[in-house]
Design a protein around this ligand. Structure first.
Ligand SMILES: CC(C)(COP(=O)(O)OP(=O)(O)OC[C@H]1O[C@@H](n2cnc3c(N)ncnc32)[C@H](O[C@H]2O[C@H](COP(=O)(O)OP(=O)(O)OP(=O)(O)O)[C@@H](O)[C@H]2O)[C@@H]1O)[C@@H](O)C(=O)NCCC(=O)NCCS
Ligand SMILES: Nc1ncnc2[nH]cnc12
Length: 290
């Protein structure tokens, strides 16, 4: 059997992959309630150019995260370094967007996954597991301040939000978005429909603190049931699924409900899907030789 040397992707390549994934998620249309090529969705302060500028502003942070993980063994030292870089990245995002929080959750999720891949994880599950161990480590330098929207939703409704999703090794990325994306492709769906179905599958299950903060438990139920209905109607690639998707989009925009956490997790899935894992390369080489 051909054995291929596992060359780790460079920090620059990982930063490219992270930014491309954010841009691909932002461009994907039509997404219910989210910013896409048509406009700001449930947001009156965001549009596609802003999302793309925000993604680009995060490139240096992703590169620094990858470099830190290449050089530093996984442990509290690396976790604290990632915290410093993550907070700098957050500031760069807010500078690029005039103070609007476009990608804080995405920087957290993708940042941890970039660190895991740069640290040598080989494969999606291994990356999610390494990212989870990093997420669970303490960071002495977290500044005290006002509780975030996510923190308020957690206290009020007892949900885990972005932090627990990472600490649990990204179950909605590994167990929901990626399998749905791959199943859609295998069934011959177009790439956009496969990605939209992956997003809807996450929306139908995720406790998204972004939705909870704006719409409470009733808003979260509307998002989850609406997304499930689109999939039950056949998904984004069918006529009746597409009609249900457009109805959901109208409903979310009318109620200002934005499934931003699901958008972030789709971007994380697209990132893991883009990494040239050694076993995937091996399978491609074997298939080529057949
Ligand atoms: C751990 C942090 C993510 C901080 O978490 P926390 O929950 O305390 O803070 P939030 O600022 O609320 O961010 C959480 C964002 O994560 C997304 N999200 C929500 N639910 C989930 C979930 N179940 N799983 C995964 N991800 C989830 C979501 O992000 C999207 O929504 C953002 C817009 O939200 P919001 O600010 O509420 O804005 P609006 O509703 O538009 O506000 P108004 O207009 O109504 O005022 C958008 O950014 C999307 O990305 C949540 O918002 C992490 O940030 C942290 O600790 N960082 C420190 C640095 C660090 O250690 N980094 C290390 C790795 S790089
Ligand atoms: N497309 C999008 N629109 C609004 N918030 C988001 N957070 C992540 N992706 C998003």
């Amino acid at each position: 059997m051909t054995v291929i040397e596992h060359a780790r992707p460079s920090a620059a390549l990982l930063a490219d992959a992270a930014v491309l994934s954010l841009c691909a998620e932002a461009r994907l249309s039509p997404k219910p309630g989210l910013v896409d090529a048509r406009g700001g969705g449930a947001h009156d302060d965001m549009d596609l150019p802003l999302m793309l500028a925000s993604a680009e502003a995060l490139r240096p942070a992703f590169r620094m995260i990858a470099q830190a993980a290449e050089r530093t063994p996984a442990g509290v030292g690396l976790r604290e370094r990632l915290g410093v870089i993550g907070r700098l990245g957050d500031r760069a995002m807010l500078r690029a967007t005039g103070g609007i929080n476009t990608h804080r959750g995405a920087l957290w999720s993708l940042g941890l996954l970039v660190a895991a891949v740069a640290g040598g994880a080989a494969g999606e599950r291994a990356a999610a597991g390494d990212a989870a161990r990093l997420a669970a480590l303490p960071d002495r330098w977290v500044p005290a301040g006002e509780p975030s929207h996510g923190e308020r939703a957690r206290r009020r409704y007892g949900t885990g939000g972005a932090r627990r999703e990472a600490e649990n090794a990204f179950p909605h990325v590994i167990g929901v978005a990626l399998p749905r994306l791959w199943a859609g492709r295998a069934a011959g769906l177009g790439e956009d429909s496969a990605r939209l179905d992956a997003l809807l599958a996450v929306m139908s299950l995720l406790d998204d603190t972004c939705v909870l903060h704006r719409g409470g438990p009733g808003g979260l139920r509307a998002v989850q049931h609406g997304a499930r209905r689109v999939l039950d109607e056949g998904g984004a690639g069918t006529g009746s699924g597409r009609a249900a998707l457009m109805e959901l989009d109208d409903a979310l925009r009318a109620r200002r409900l934005s499934p931003g956490g699901s958008g972030d997790l789709l971007a994380a899935a697209l990132f893991l899907d883009r990494v040239p894992w050694p076993e995937r390369l091996e399978q491609e080489v074997l298939a080529c030789g057949r």
